[in-house]
Design a binder for this molecule. Structure first.
Ligand SMILES: Cc1ncc(COP(=O)(O)O)c(C=O)c1O
Length: 376
């Protein structure tokens, strides 16, 4: 039996053909017609004015922070319960992350903690330079309260929607809630170009600056002329062709992940001590990863025992994010709250959730989990 991965690429003949066509066109370079078309189609899919294709989600986050003018001495509020890149890019620009705990009812950044901290800082005259939200595991953060206080206090919002392509919040697409939104096309994402990313924005000025800085800030003259430091952050034309083919299949992939999620829920949610990541009623996730928590007292074993039992069957499952305030690299950074994300980390497990996972695979995973609990 072949190994079952957490979220492997789901590519087929359409992607293969798109890649070969781009190869045969000899546009084997960063930029080219496939990049332009990918950006246009992506922007239309999201209902946003501008999309800029980049080499990774991390590059997109870094560039967005540069574009917002964040730098040394600045504080940036960011969820503690996320992948490291959301906060490491704050360090790239010399600013300081302020790590905010999750809301237990969604696992997303707690909007009350954000509001309390912003109001406290407003009183002290020390507002942060930005708030980065994360749409965790494919579900949107709770934008209404966060955007209300940020707009009142004039604090820009940057949306890390790396995991949430295709998700919505009150009918609006993930990625469209801040000054800029960022996506990842890493190999484990719902749409992959093997590596890649996208910055989306409603601002023509931000999009133009992003394109300029991502191409080494080269001036539009015949020789190489540079007035500021830029980056080599654009997406390759070949990978954009792959992205276009993947985008055409996005809805089917979301649909399949939703069915996988439903099958897990039906089979496991009534077991004692098992609770799934709460789905908020304010939107529709893309079901990127199905995650649950295990109460060892009630279930009979802890999440690590389940993970190891799955691993023994050649099935990959991963603990949920280790909160950034618990990471040695962020020791000493400011933290707001922390107990909710710590408790989810201690008990949380992400299950295989790929759109190419078969019902038989899900049933096999369910059997391993169920029998770990009863084998006390
Ligand atoms: C929340 C989050 N932000 C940022 C990234 C970074 O994206 P990339 O791997 O494309 O650099 C990822 C995933 O990889 C992510 O999950």
């Amino acid at each position: 039996m072949t190994r079952v991965y957490l979220s492997p690429p789901d590519v087929g003949n359409e992607e293969r053909q798109a890649l070969l066509d781009a190869f045969d066109s000899n546009w084997i370079a960063p930029l080219g017609p496939e990049v332009d078309a990918f950006e246009d189609e992506f922007a239309i899919r999201l209902g946003v004015d501008h999309a800029v294709a980049l080499s990774s989600g991390t590059a997109a986050l870094h560039l967005a922070l540069v574009l917002l003018g964040i730098g040394p001495g600045d504080d940036v509020l960011v969820p503690t319960f996320t992948f490291v890149a959301t906060a490491s890019t704050i360090k790239y620009v010399g600013a300081s992350p302020v790590l905010v705990d999750s809301d237990a009812s969604t696992w997303e950044m707690d909007p009350n903690l954000v509001e309390d901290d912003l109001r406290r800082r407003a009183r002290l005259g020390k507002l942060p330079s930005a708030v980065i939200t994360v749409d965790l595991y494919g579900q949107c953060a709770d934008y209404d309260p966060i955007l209300t206080v940020c707009s009142e206090l004039d604090v820009p919002v940057l949306e890390d929607a790396a995991e949430a392509l295709g998700a919505t919040y009150h009918g609006r697409s993930a990625g469209c809630f801040g000054e800029a939104g960022v996506f990842s096309f890493n190999g484990n994402k719902i749409l992959t170009t093997s590596g890649g990313g996208m910055l989306v924005t409603g601002s023509a000025e931000i999009a133009a600056r992003a394109r300029h800085l991502a191409t080494q800030a080269r001036q539009p003259v015949a020789h190489y002329e540079h007035e500021e430091i830029g980056f080599n952050y654009r997406l390759s034309n070949l990978l954009a062709a792959l992205g276009r083919a993947q985008l055409r299949g996005l809805d089917a992939r979301i649909e399949r992940r939703k069915k996988v999620n439903k099958r897990y829920l039906e089979a496991l949610s009534s077991l004692p001590g098992i609770e799934f990541m709460p789905l908020a009623d304010y939107g529709e996730p893309n079901y990127w990863l199905t995650c649950l928590t295990v109460d060892p007292e009630k279930f009979g074993c802890d999440r690590e025992a389940i993970r190891l039992a799955l691993e023994k069957e050649d099935i990959e499952a991963r603990p949920t994010w280790k909160p950034l305030h618990m990471q040695p690299v962020f020791a000493g950074e400011q933290v707001i709250g922390g107990s909710v994300s710590e408790s989810v980390f201690e008990r949380g497990l992400c299950l295989p959730s790929g759109s190419n996972l078969s019902d038989d695979d899900v049933d096999r995973i369910v059997t391993v989990i169920t029998s770990s609990g009863t084998a006390r």
